[in-house]
Design a protein around this ligand. Sequence first.
Ligand SMILES: [Zn+2]
Length: 551
Amino acid sequence: MNKKIRAISLMLVACMLFSVAGCKIRIHSKETTETTTTTEATTTEATTEATTTAESSAATEPSETTSSESSGFPEKGCKIEFPSGDRYLYKMYLTLDDKKNTIGGHVDATFFNDSSDDWDKLCLRDYSSLFLKPEDAGYDGGVKTNGALTEINNIQDSRTGNTIEYERDKDVSVVWLPLEKKLAPGEKMTLSYDFVAQIPTVADRYGVQDGVFCITNFYPILAEYTSEGWSHIGFYACGECFYSEIADFDVMLTVPSDMVVLSTGVETSEAKEGDTKTIGIYAECVRDFVFCGSKNFKLVEGDYKDTHVRTAYFEEEKPEYDKMEAEIALKAAIDSLEAFGSAFGEYPYKDLEVIIAPISAGGMEYPNLVIISKAFVGTGDSDESRKEIYQLSADNVVSHEVGHQWFMGIVGSNSGLQPWLDESFASFTEYIYELAVYPDKAHQLPVTFDDGYYTRNVPINKSYFDYDDNMSYISSVYWRGKQILVNMYELLGEEQFNGIIREYVHEFAFKNADQMDFFNLLYKYAGTDNEKLNDIIYENFDDTVQPPKAA
Ligand SMILES: [Zn+2]
């Protein structure tokens, strides 16, 4: 391997580390530093081994099983339709104050009790308060920056007209609202409240840095109600703990008039008044509403079928490189929509925004919007080497984050308790992207079972909290999870494995899925008596999802 290729290869690993972490690793954290060093040391071996594994597995014929079904999948490139039934609706009147770094306003959240239990209280998640100042911390959780507790006022239940006094949990992000009148199964209500959240000045997925506002997980949102009650697991910075119901968002957003804003949903109006402008935005069938804004954003734009794709970037010392990076990211996003649309069902939204921003993780996914870190690009000593590095970053990070539009966005899941359902699947989409864009050299990422990173004694379908540390979580849920899904793909073949995933997406679109929802379909089509498949499952998943062992 020559020096240049090796340098790119090392970069690739670094990108992957940060990107998958993008999911969230802090570049300056102790774990990351140690891990990066270890990773670099074994890159060559890991790459070689992964290639060998991929080649040998690829030669294996899809196996026959006696009890499998072979057809009935939704066709490739099928449409994913929005459901016609009643949905939650958030009407929001928001103002971003870029002098005080606050975001706030009024929210009318209309929802219904979709469980069979009476709700005698509601749970809101207030993730913004996790960024409060260290001296104000007296709570659990948090990332301890210069944010503040979110002010929440005038909380009202539409049914009674009465004001609700909230109770903040020991976990600062958990806000309880006792209901004077229970909400019965099927009953509807509108919860109204005012809020002001402090935007921390950090290079994070939520925060402002270098004039770029990443306004995500910023408003108090209704938690997900499950068979265990309200889901309010603790926040963790490495990964996602966000879990919410599909809703429509009808937003009026006021920002400085010279700010370029990209958001979840479609812009429906814009009105200027003095030095501000108010943008009307409607987002249909999404789990969250986020936006990014900067006075320095420049845009490159393109289309994939009915979806308009925009990449926002800002210029540094060498604007031509910044634009090159944005164009590469834009193309990777469009290629991802095409590859995943064919494999899993077409992206059902009219917009996709790709934001290149100064955040400390490689990338982060939100409905209709992904944030890609500026942090790990910009090296290379010539146009050509920069371009190669940008391309590798985009191939890895953009495809992963766009893949989340299917696995997190369209099919939701509990990303804290079953993180493999979104992260292993999003990592697997990187492979689907590679197959589509580089059919001759797919799966060159250094993914292997035996390089010492994986926590082999922890099945990959455990919760975030079951892993010893962030690195074992990432190496299992992202890297090993990707390899396992690739192995299943190679074993069952593209027709069957992608067909199963397509059916999974089709069946659980705009719902929250459980891991058994995937395994039930896998067993339905591949059988429970496929020995090679069962070996993969016994080795990597816990017994809650395994098929019965043969006597
Ligand atoms: Zn991810």
